[in-house]
Design a protein around this ligand. Sequence first.
Ligand code: NAP
Length: 282
Amino acid sequence: MKTVTLNNGVEMPILGFGVYQVEADQTQQAVEAALAAGYRQLDTAAAYGNEEAVGAAIKASGIAREELFVTTKLWIQDAPAEENTTRAFEDSLGKLGLEHIDLYLIHQPFGDYYGQWRAMEKINIEGRARAIGVSNFAPDQLLDLIINNEIVPAVNQIETHPFRQNTDYQELMKQEGVQIESWGPFAEGKNGLFTNEVLAGIGVAHGKSVAQVVLRWMIQRGVVVIPKSVNPDRMAQNIDVFDFELTDEQMTRIAELHTGQSQFFDHADPDMVRFLSARRLD
Ligand code: NAP
C-alpha cells in the first residue's frame, strides 16, 4: 500500500476504510471484510458509536497491530477540556481494545479546542497517539491552531470530492506541513456522482468504475482517502486503484467538475454551529 509521510515521520496508508453510518451491529462484519480485502487503515470516531465493533474486528482478524493504522476522533468536550479529553481518549482506547491510536483527530472545530489540543499534545508526546490532527477545520482555524501551539496538526480531514476539491487549501496545508485527508470521497453519491458523465467516460477508458476514478484522482493529488462501503464487492473495487494512472488531461477534466459547494452542510452556518455544539456523547 502506498503511504504518505506525516509531519512527524509517521507513515500513513493513503487509502483506508471509513465506518461512518455503519450500524454498530454491522461494523464488526464490515471491518473484518475490509481487512480481508486488504485495507490496513481504519477511520472511526467516538461519535460513530462503533469503536467497540472496530476493535472486535481488529482482534478477530489476528493482524499484527503494527500492520494497522487506526484513526479515531474526539468529540466536543465540556470544560475542563484537558481533563475531559484525556478521559475521552482513554474511553476510545478501551472501546477499541488498543494500547495506542495511530491518528487522533479533533472531530469538530467547536468548543475549547485549544484545551483539547493541549491534552492531545501530551497524549502524542507520551506515544499513546502516534500522530494528532484535526477535522473540519477551516483555513483560519487551522492556521490559528498552528501559530499558537507547539505541535502542528499532522492531518486535517475535510469534505473533499470532485465537486469540492480544496486544491488551494491543500496547497496551504502543504506549506504548513499538514496532510489533507478526504472525507466523503464520493460525496455519498450526491449530485449524481456515480453517474457523472466525465467520471464515467474516464472510467471506460481505463476499464474502471466511477468510484475507482475518483479515488485514483485523489491519490494522484496526494490526498488520503477513506471510502466507506458495507458491500464486499465495492470494498474490493475501492482498494483496486493502484494499477492504473490518470493522464494530465483526465486530471484537468476532473478539476473542471469543481463547484466549491459542500454536498452536506457548511460548518460556518450558524444553525450548524448551534446544532453540533449542542451535541454531547453519552
Ligand atoms: P462516501 O465514502 O463518500 O460514500 C459512501 C457511500 O458510497 C455509501 O452509500 C456506499 O454504499 C457507496 N459506495 C461505496 N463504494 C461504492 C462503489 N464502489 N460504487 C458505488 N457506491 C459505492 O461517504 P462517507 O462514509 O460519508 O465518507 C467516508 C468516510 O469519511 C466515513 O465513513 C468516515 O470514516 C469519514 N467521514 C468523516 C467525517 C468528519 O466529519 N470527519 C464526515 C463524514 C465522513 P455501500 O456502503 O452500500 O457500498
